[in-house]
Design a protein around this ligand. Structure first.
Ligand SMILES: NC(=O)c1ccc[n+]([C@@H]2O[C@H](COP(=O)([O-])OP(=O)(O)OC[C@H]3O[C@@H](n4cnc5c(N)ncnc54)[C@H](O)[C@@H]3O)[C@@H](O)[C@H]2O)c1
Length: 330
């Protein structure tokens, strides 16, 4: 990675650092010589798992606490150089069943963090992990950052609002913030217990269990699937690019793949499982935005990042990881 030295001996706070993306990021940060502090509340039915950071457990400081806890946050932001904000309510289905909790974690949690920075450390830089869901249904493809934002579910609304908060604190208080609209991401360390979010990893579990992979509708909906190692590299490159602050970036591959094609590839690589067309559940249909793939011209130009992992390679690495550590995730 370019700018590798940027994190050596830096103080880094990762919110949601025991989850899927957060833990992969923490492992890489440790490799780059950063001093990593994690805050994660182990929200039930989400991806928080201590096993995720087992390989670096003696090199990271873990706080099991909540980003909505002002006293914790006021303390934890002090002397940090970077804050990667990944703690969030990420379960799309739960966001509709319990929208007030989603609002509370994703919006109030982000605001408590920003206020802690405003009062205790205005020189830290914050990288916010938002979602492609902020766009809602695509009116043109590929989707660039100027595309209208018409979120389809509460999770996407609260992410869009949190993103705006980060940009307001950048603009008014000079707390440097960069915002990412991340596409569907997959790979090692994702929760594999249920299918309420993280469809790619769920397909992998079904294939590995030699079961039917439920492909909703006719399977032709297009998505842009990103391997987590590429996302981690992207986040680090964004953090170390001065011109990235105050901006919003799409993060994806730009390569459309249908859900049927995805299921077929997973079966081929795992060697087990079978794609099976299934009717949408009502809950799913309500928040399904349809085709999406990202235009990543802006991030390529400003940050110099582009994804490197092919779908086949990403699937192989993911299957290999869960073959080894299945009992920690099933
Ligand atoms: N995985 C994806 O495809 C994807 C795509 C776009 C955006 N994102 C965003 O990236 C971030 C990380 O997602 P992930 O896929 O790693 O999910 P994850 O569930 O694996 O990780 C989220 C972590 O946040 C923690 N958390 C939740 N509420 C918290 C709170 N109030 N205080 C402290 N910790 C809390 C959870 O315990 C969990 O460990 C989320 O903000 C999500 O919206 C993810």
């Amino acid at each position: 990675m370019k700018r590798k030295g940027a994190f050596r001996s830096k103080e880094v706070l990762v919110t949601g650092g025991l989850g899927f993306i957060g833990s992969n990021l923490c492992i890489e940060l440790v490799k780059l010589g950063a001093h990593v502090t994690i805050i994660d509340n182990m929200l039930p039915r989400q991806g928080g798992n201590l096993f995720n950071v087992r390989d670096v457990e003696d090199k990271v400081t873990v706080n099991v606490s909540d980003v909505r806890n002002e006293l914790s946050m006021n303390h934890l932001v002090k002397e940090k150089d970077y804050v990667f904000h990944l703690a969030g309510q990420v379960n799309h289905v739960d966001s509709m069943r319990n929208p007030v909790q989603d609002l509370d974690i994703n919006c109030r949690g982000t605001l408590v963090l920003l206020e802690a920075l405003r009062q205790h450390n205005t020189s830290a830089k914050i990288i916010f992990a938002g979602t492609r869901g902020e766009y809602g249904s695509s009116v043109k493809l590929p989707v660039d950052e100027d595309h209208p934002t018409n979120p389809k579910g509460i999770y996407a609304v609260t992410n869009l609002t949190a993103e705006k908060m980060v940009l307001v604190y950048d603009d008014i208080y000079g707390i440097k913030g960069a915002c990412l609209r991340i596409t569907n991401t997959y790979g090692p360390r994702h929760q594999m217990a249920h299918d309420e979010y993280g469809v790619f990893n769920w397909f992998i579990r079904k294939a590995m269990d030699n079961e039917n992979i439920p492909v909703f509708g006719d399977g032709r909906i297009l998505r842009d699937f990103l391997f987590v190692e590429d996302l981690v590299e992207c986040m680090l490159m964004v953090a170390s690019t001065g011109e990235a602050y105050g901006k919003v970036f799409n993060v994806g591959t730009g390569v459309p793949v249908s859900f049927y094609e995805l299921a077929r590839k997973i079966v081929e690589i795992a060697g087990t499982g079978k794609a099976k067309f299934t009717a949408f559940t009502k809950e799913r249909e309500e928040v399904e935005p349809g085709d999406y793939y990202a235009d990543i011209t802006k991030i390529k130009k400003v940050v110099g990042w582009k994804p490197r992992t092919s779908l086949e390679e990403g699937i192989s690495k993911t299957v290999e990881y869960y073959r080894k550590y299945k009992k920690e995730y099933w």
